[in-house]
Structure formats: structure tokens, C-alpha cells
Design a protein around this ligand. Structure first.
Ligand code: NAI
Length: 478
């Protein structure tokens, strides 16, 4: 059977392959996984459905999973985040050709519609010779959500009608599941039964998993990859420190130095964003709801106030909260002329785009794809990046390889754990054991020329920890 896939342009595969080759050198953790497990192939028999930004770095992850024995099908987890050359290279595969693609079934292109996005997610979950995947690798939880909602509505025997105020995206999901239920009353139930577990990449998806666990709705165990220290304290922070300003620069090329830049949310992502904007010489203001993070921001030297307070003097406003309605249409109505507004959180509800579009008399002008000027009736404009979706992947290419190597090495270890030690993970949400977290860090030290100090036996016994680690207790916060 010929490979099933859908990408923008297969002829980009050579370009993608060249960038994958460079990325492999910058992803020592993933390459160490290939060296360690390439012969024993612990993922043999795994059918992994991945829903994660289809970038060059993700291509290295996918090919690592394949090298470890897995079969893989892939979709992106955002309509703008696919790098078309990476998707093409994954479809063609290292041994295939454009005429005879022999890679991984991938369904992803930059600029999908919402219908196309959910079609791609469904394709990644649809396996030719099996009810579905037996593992999910998710980013934001959309693949997991589709399975759970499919099962819920099959049990109920009906898909609910969308409410008037439901977002467009939810209408699309309900439409897809309605069609699916008309064709089969047991498709998602059969599919879910095969799934050993999900490994979840990001804060927002992890929230969803814990919520489903709390509500008794979770159907299979999950590993929270986000809260590996070598993920959230690196990718979320240092990754965004790199890719936030990359996105702003590619989108606008506005000088950041001297400008007032607001960062909403001072969690891991917000900390990286604030640091990068300050590094460019911006005068950074932080907003927070959590007194601890607000105090941290103040101690780090940032002004901390509310968005209401600062909006009229802000040149750049970035949301990094994972929360909804953080920037409202009212805020934007009061914003400075040509203020730049962007979201680096996972979903597009941080900025009230629907509210903005509903302002009477407002005009939207495309400057270029993923950069839009919105003109209010009084003549002032705001520049919205990536239509309110995460701008570092929409306007730039996301985080660089080295930091993603940390995140994705956690993903590979989490997939191996759940797939090979299924009985050790009854229904629940878990983080990886600390010795694996430390292993991920260790795998990235040589590339940076880091020399670790060895504990002496006397020191180890003085601290009461093994000389080879783990070095910290579970509650240590780094
Ligand atoms: P976090 O939980 O560490 O930080 C979010 C912060 O926002 C918290 O401190 C919270 O108190 C604050 N917050 C919540 N509502 C707020 C409001 N209304 N106003 C001001 N502050 C508010 O989460 P983290 O890890 O920083 O992630 C944030 C978002 O970014 C999530 O959606 C996550 O999935 C996403 N993410 C995006 C990445 C990217 O490459 N674009 C990379 C990693 C995470």
C-alpha cells in the first residue's frame, strides 16, 4: 500500500532533510536515545499517534521513535506551527524519494483551516490495520480530547448540539464526532481500549489530564512530561527566551529596545519572555494573579501591575498564562497606536479575538500571513500576531533544537516507560522518576563542555544521598 499522508509540498523534502541533519547534531539527548535503544528497540509494537508541532525538531523526535521500533502517525497541534519542509522530509523519509515516499504518515501543513486541523488529528488517530494507536504523544491534549469526547458521545448515543456561544473550533469538533457517530457507534470506544497511555508535552494539556483524572473521566494513564524539570524549566523558559523575540522580529522587525513591553503571566514561559525582552532593552512590565509569581517578578526587577493600568503605554503585549480572556477587546480599544499584541500560551483564547472581530466598525488588514493590523473606528490600530495563536511557532520556527532535545528526550523516555512498564502505571497522571530527569540533563552536558563535580563518598553520606543521584528530593523546586 502506498504511504498515506498529506503535506503542503513534497518537493521541500531535501531542504527539510538538510535541516534535520543539522538539528540532529544539536539534539544530543535524542541521538543518545538512538544509540542506547537502537538495537533493543523497546518501542517495537508501539503504534504512536503524535499530535505535536510538525517542526524540524519534531522530525528528529519522530525518527528517534521509529529507530526505537515504533510505528508512528503524526499531525501538528496548531494550524500555523508546521514547517512544511520538515513535514515533507518526514513523509519522504530518509530512504524514500519524492516519487516514492517511504517515511511516516504525516498530516500537517502551515495554515490549516480548523476543519483541516481536526481532519489531520483524526487521520493521525486512524490506523490502517488496527482500531487505532496504542500510545498517544500529545501537545495540548487535542488528540486525547478527541478520543475522550468520542467515547463519551458513543456512550450517550448522541453528540450534543453546539451552544450559541461555543467557539468555532468546538463546533468543528462536534461536527466531526457527529459524522463519526453516524458511521459507527463504537469506533472511539474500541480505539480507546487499545491505548496504553499518553505522554503530554505542555502545561495546558497537563491541566486537562489532571482535570479528567479529578472528574473520573480519564480513560488511560498519562505521563506529564511538562513537569519534568528538564522540560518546563528549560523549554518553557529558555525556549521562549529564544523564540519569543524571534517571532516578534520576523513578524514586525520593530526595535524592541526602549519600548514598554508587557508580559502577562510570570510562570516558566513568562519568565523566559520577560528576560528576552529585557535583554533587548525593553522596559518590561509583568502582570500576575499569583502573589508568589508577582513577588518573584518584582524581585527580578520588573514593574508589576495590571493590564488595565499599563495598556495605554504598552508598545508590546504578550500573554503567557494558559488562561482565557487575558487581553480583551476593551484593552485593545485603549491600546497605543500600532501596539503589537501576541500570545505565546498554548490556545488562542488568551486574546479575545472573537470580541475584537465583533467591535463595530473595526477593519482587519493582512500585512502578511500571520500578521494583521486591526483598525479601530477612531483610527488607531493594533498589530496582532498569528491571529492570537502561539506566535513563536506561527511567526517563527519555535524553540531551537538544543532545548527541544531536552523536552523530547523526556518524551521518548516517557513513551518507553508507559509502553514497556504498563502495569507500573495504573490509571493516573505521573511524572517521570527523578533519575530519568537527571539522565536527560546529563545527556546534554558534554555538548556544552560542562564538567560536573563528583560527590565524594563522605559528602554523599553527609547529605544522605547516593553519589550517583538522584540529588534532590521530589519537592525541590529548582
Ligand atoms: P505556568 O502555570 O508556569 O505560568 C502561567 C502563569 O500565568 C501563572 O503564574 C499564573 O498565575 C499566571 N496567570 C494565570 N492567569 C493570569 C491572568 N489572568 N493574568 C496574569 N497572569 C495570569 O505555565 P507555563 O508553563 O508558563 O505555560 C504558560 C502557557 O504557555 C501554557 O498554555 C503552556 O501550555 C504554554 N507553553 C507554550 C510554549 C510555546 O512554545 N509557545 C512552550 C511551553 C508552554
Amino acid at each position: 500500500m502506498s504511504l498515506d499522508f498529506k503535506v503542503a509540498d513534497l518537493s521541500l523534502a531535501d531542504f527539510g532533510r538538510r535541516e534535520i541533519r543539522l538539528a540532529e547534531h544539536e539534539m544530543p539527548g535524542l541521538m543518545a536515545m538512538r544509540a542506547e535503544y537502537g538495537d533493543s528497540k523497546p518501542l517495537t509494537g508501539a503504534r504512536i499517534t503524535g499530535s505535536l508541532h510538525m517542526t524540524v525538531q519534531t522530525a528528529v523526535l519522530i525518527e528517534t521513535l521509529v529507530a526505537l521500533g515504533a510505528q508512528v502517525r503524526w499531525a501538528s497541534c496548531n494550524i500555523f506551527s508546521t514547517q512544511d519542509h520538515a513535514a515533507a522530509a518526514i513523509a519522504v523519509g530518509p530512504d524514500g524519494t519524492v516519487e516514492a515516499p517511504a517515511g511516516v504518515p504525516v498530516f500537517a501543513w502551515k495554515g490549516e483551516t480548523l476543519e483541516e486541523y481536526w481532519w489531520c488529528t483524526e487521520q493521525a488517530l486512524t490506523w490502517p490495520d488496527a482500531p487505532g494507536p496504542n500510545m498517544i504523544l500529545d501537545d495540548g491534549g487535542d488528540a486525547t480530547l478527541l478520543v475522550h469526547k468520542g467515547v463519551e458521545y458513543e456512550k450517550a448515543g448522541v453528540v450534543p448540539e453546539p451552544a450559541d456561544d461555543d467557539p468555532e473550533e468546538w463546533r468543528v469538533v462536534l461536527g466531526l464526532l457527529k459524522r463519526s457517530l453516524a458511521e459507527s457507534q463504537s469506533r472511539w470506544t474500541a480505539l480507546a481500549q487499545e491505548i496504553k497511555g499518553v505522554t503530554e508535552e505542555t502545561t495546558t494539556g497537563v491541566h486537562r489530564l489532571y482535570e479528567m483524572m479529578r472528574d473520573g473521566a480519564l480513560l488511560f494513564p498519562g505521563i506529564n512530561v511538562n513537569d519534568s524539570v528538564t522540560k518546563s524549566k528549560f523549554d518553557n523558559k529558555y525556549g521562549c527566551r529564544h523564540s519569543l523575540i524571534d517571532g516578534i522580529n520576523r513578524a514586525t522587525d520593530v526595535l524592541i529596545g526602549g519600548k514598554v513591553a508587557v508580559v502577562c503571566g510570570y510562570g516558566d514561559v513568562g519568565k523566559g519572555c520577560a528576560e528576552s525582552l529585557r535583554g533587548q532593552g525593553a522596559r518590561v512590565v509583568v502582570t500576575e494573579i499569583d502573589p508568589i509569581c508577582a513577588l518573584q517578578a518584582a524581585m527580578d526587577g520588573y514593574e508589576v501591575t495590571t493590564l488595565d493600568d499599563v495598556i495605554e503605554r504598552a508598545d508590546i503585549v504578550i500573554t503567557a498564562t494558559g488562561n482565557r480572556d487575558v487581553i480583551t477587546a476593551d484593552h485593545l480599544a485603549r491600546a497605543k497606536h500600532q501596539a503589537i499584541v501576541g500570545n505565546i500560551g498554548h490556545f488562542d483564547n488568551e486574546i479575545d479575538m472573537a470580541g475584537l472581530a465583533a467591535v463595530p466598525g473595526i477593519v482587519r488588514t493582512e500585512i502578511k500571513p500571520q500578521v494583521h493590523e486591526w483598525t479601530f473606528p477612531d483610527g488607531h490600530t493594533v498589530i496582532v500576531l498569528s491571529e492570537g495563536r502561539l506566535l513563536n511557532l506561527g511567526n517563527a520556527t519555535g524553540h531551537p533544537s538544543f532545548v527541544m532535545s531536552n523536552s523530547f528526550t523526556n518524551q521518548v523516555l516517557a513513551q518507553i516507560e508507559l509502553f514497556t512498564k504498563t502495569a507500573d502505571y495504573p490509571l493516573g497522571v505521573y511524572t517521570l522518576p527523578k533519575h530519568l530527569d537527571e539522565k536527560v540533563a546529563r545527556l546534554h552536558l558534554d555538548a556544552l563542555g560542562v564538567k560536573l563535580t563528583q560527590l565524594t563518598p563522605a559528602q554523599a553520606s553527609y547529605l544522605g544521598i547516593p553519589a550517583e543521584g538522584p540529588y534532590k528530593s521530589e519537592h525541590y523546586r529548582y
